[in-house]
Design a protein around this ligand. Sequence first.
Ligand SMILES: Nc1ncnc2c1ncn2[C@@H]1O[C@H](COP(=O)(O)OP(=O)(O)O)[C@@H](O)[C@H]1O
Ligand SMILES: O=C(O)C1=C[C@@H](OP(=O)(O)O)[C@@H](O)[C@H](O)C1
Length: 295
Amino acid sequence: MEAKLAQSLQFSITCIDSEKMVRKPSGLLLFSPRASDQKRLQVHISSHLQPTRTASWHKPAALKVSCSYKNFPDSILKSGSFPASFDEAMILKNKSEEIEPYLNGRCIYLVGMMGSGKTTIGRILSEVLGYSFFDCDTLIEHTVGGTSVAEIFKLHGESFFRDNETEVLQKLSLMHRLVVSTGGGAVIRPINWKYMQKGFSVWLDVPLEALARRIAAIGTESRPLLHHDSGDAYAKAFNRLSTLLEERGEAYANADARVSLENIASKLGYIDVCNLTPTVIAIEALEQIESFLKK
Ligand SMILES: Nc1ncnc2c1ncn2[C@@H]1O[C@H](COP(=O)(O)OP(=O)(O)O)[C@@H](O)[C@H]1O
Ligand SMILES: O=C(O)C1=C[C@@H](OP(=O)(O)O)[C@@H](O)[C@H](O)C1
C-alpha cells in the first residue's frame, strides 16, 4: 500500500472521495460499570448520535455486548506484542464509531518524539476508523529509491531528508481518510504545520524515561539522530532525546490534541506509563480528538 502511494506521490495524487466512504455507525452496546460507578449505561450508537462522552474507557466494565471477538480486527486485539483486553477493544470500537462521522474524512497526523508510538497507535487508529495508514519515513524511503532513512541522512544529509519530508506531507495533505505517522522532527518546520492543519494533529506525549527504555530495547539502527556505537544504550538515548525535546517541546504543543501518557496513567492509577497498552492510548487519542472537535 505504501509502495503504491509512493508511486502515486511521484506522478499524481489520487484524492479519495471522503463523502462516498463515510462509514455509517450502527449497533447496540450495554455496559454495566463496576461498583465504583453503579450507573448503568446504555449506549445506543446510531447515525444520529452526537459525539458525547458516553462510555468512559478508564472504568473497566463488565460488558454485556452484542458482538464477539470476531468483530475486532486483529490489530486491535493484538498490536505487536501488546494484547488488548476485550473491554479495551470494545471501548475503542465504540468510540471510533462515535466520532468517525464527525471527522468528515479529515486526516489524522500523529506527532511526537522518536519511539513515542506514532506507528503503533497510528495503525490501530487507522484500522478502527476505516482509514488508510501511512508512515512518512517509509514514504520518504520509497521516494528516494528505497534508501533507508539512516542511509539518506548519511548520503545526503538531514536537510535533504527534511525537504523530502515536507514534500511528502504536502502531498498527503491533499488526501482524505488517512492516519499519518510523521517523523519525530516533522514539527520543526512551520510549513509542515500548514499541511498538517488540513487534518487533525495529535501529539503523543511520552515521558523521556519511557522513550529511552523503548529506544534502548529496539536499537538505534533506523534512527540516525540517536545512533551511537557504544556505551549505555539507555543513558545515550535519554540524553539525546532530552536535548531534542528541549528544542522541540514548543513545536509539539502546536498539535490540536495532546495525548499525555502520564495523564492516562494517573487517571488509571498506574505508577508507570509502561502499563498502558497501545489500545488504551488509542482510545485516549480519540477522546482528545473528540474534545478538540467540540471546542
Ligand atoms: N504503549 C506502548 N508500550 C510499550 N511499548 C510501546 C508502546 N507503543 C509502542 N511501543 C514500542 O515502542 C517502539 C517504538 O514505537 P513506534 O510506534 O515505532 O514509535 P514511533 O513511530 O513514534 O517512532 C516499538 O518497539 C513499539 O513496539
Ligand atoms: O525525530 C527525528 O528527527 C526523526 C525521527 C524519525 O522518525 P520516527 O519518529 O518515526 O522515529 C525519522 O524521521 C528520522 O530519523 C528523524
